[in-house]
Write a protein that binds this ligand. Structure first.
Ligand SMILES: Nc1ncnc2c1ncn2[C@@H]1O[C@H](COP(=O)(O)OP(=O)(O)O)[C@@H](O)[C@H]1O
Ligand SMILES: [Mg+2]
Length: 366
């Protein structure tokens, strides 16, 4: 699949633009603050209806405007798929696929986008919530059911926490919430475990290649509920843990165990990368994980995802830039940068180059 065309109205600093893309490589060159990441974001929201840089849709609406519109045409299975997202300042967003009203989650089945930015190189250094967000987002793109389960689970945690904060938690009422948590939580845990195992297998292989066999990367599931092959068992353990932490939860007013507390455990040669890894190791491991994600998406969906490399090359040394570029084949790429060297340009023969200036996409003169 690939994006054929985009149309933006009052999206970030774009007042209006319409542009046609190359099915292979699209390069956007522009100085800081001109609109490169905003364009990346407009493409990205077509995947799950959400941005990678804000939780608040309204931030994407051009200052002073009430609505923003993003339309794209995607070519997939020999057909055009038209998608439209209208963001409203004071109301929910509207999503349409081929002119028919849909939910944002329905986009996931049509458009698969993987985004890679310098921030992704920090994913293994940051706090657990950053890695949870990564897991949740990537799994949701592949399995819309996960996205829906997660939304429900998150609501249940919030409601349970409200109850705990009120302090008066009646044990039987709390048990009802616990059961709901267990039901949805177990589904999340199983999906995550499968995803992480596959991600691990691919990341390890890629990491070995980048480090020329010197390092062994392992990504595991650091879950607050012990994993078991039998979902019933996971449920039981989750239930027991919830019961056991009742007093703590009541005194803190929150839910101390469950998938909303999970993390990834990442080691290189057996040593925890987050704690003891050098910055270089953390970045290489993050890169391997991100590249693995692209492979995994492709294997799972039997479609190559569209790749957005937003300023992604700027933070990599020449060797890793080369590795990254050479590993990307046969997929549509959107690459943004302040400047692109001849070595990179010469690698991409099939391409279209644009300039981004002040919220406009312009032809680039080489
Ligand atoms: N909602 C908005 N309305 C208008 N302008 C915005 C909005 N959000 C961000 N901007 C502006 O858009 C410009 C482009 O930002 P960005 O796409 O991040 O630039 P780049 O990635 O090229 O550095 C910035 O100058 C920013 O201040
Ligand atoms: Mg940017």
């Amino acid at each position: 699949m690939f994006f054929k065309e985009i149309e933006l109205r009052n999206f970030r600093n774009y007042e209006y633009c319409k542009e046609t893309f190359h099915p292979a490589i699209n390069i956007f060159i522009g100085e800081n603050g001109q609109g490169k990441t905003s364009l990346a974001e407009a493409l990205y929201i077509m995947c799950l209806g959400r941005s990678f840089r804000t939780q608040k849709d309204r931030e994407m609406i051009r200052f002073g405007e009430e609505t923003a519109v993003v339309r794209t045409t995607v070519f997939k299975n020999e057909r055009n798929v038209r998608t439209e997202i209208i963001l409203n300042r004071n109301d929910k967003k509207n999503v349409k696929i081929n002119g028919v009203r849909k939910r944002a989650v329905d986009l996931a089945g049509h458009i698969l986008v993987v985004e890679f930015s310098p921030d992704d190189l920090k994913i293994l250094k940051e706090e657990p919530d950053r890695r949870r967000r990564f897991l949740n987002r990537e799994i949701s793109k592949l399995y819309p059911n996960y996205y829906e389960d997660l939304a429900i689970y998150t609501k249940i945690v919030a409601q349970r926490n409200t109850l705990l904060k009120e302090g008066a938690a009646d044990p039987s009422l709390l048990s009802v919430w616990n059961e709901e948590l267990v039901q949805y939580g177990v589904r999340l845990i199983i999906r995550r475990k499968t995803f992480i195992d596959r991600l691990n297998a691919i990341s390890s292989r890629i990491h070995k290649e980048i480090t020329e066999g010197k390092e062994d990367l392992q990504i595991g599931y650091d879950a607050s509920i012990p994993y078991d092959e039998d979902p019933e068992k996971i449920g039981e353990m989750f239930r027991e843990k919830l019961e056991a932490s009742r007093e703590t939860d009541l005194s803190r007013g929150n839910t101390s165990c469950g998938p909303h507390r999970d993390d990834l455990k990442v080691t290189i040669n057996g040593v925890d990368v987050r704690r003891y890894g050098s910055q270089g190791q953390q970045r290489t491991a993050s890169l391997a994980m991100k590249l693995a994600e692209i492979d995994l998406m492709e294997e799972e969906s039997s479609e190559k995802p569209v790749l957005i490399l937003d300023d992604a090359l700027s933070e990599l040394d020449k060797k890793r830039q080369k590795y990254l570029i050479e590993s990307l084949t046969g997929t549509q790429i959107f690459l943004t940068a302040a400047a692109v060297g001849e070595d990179i340009l010469s690698h991409f023969e099939e391409r279209k180059i644009f300039e981004i200036r002040d919220g406009k996409i312009l032809p680039y003169s080489e």
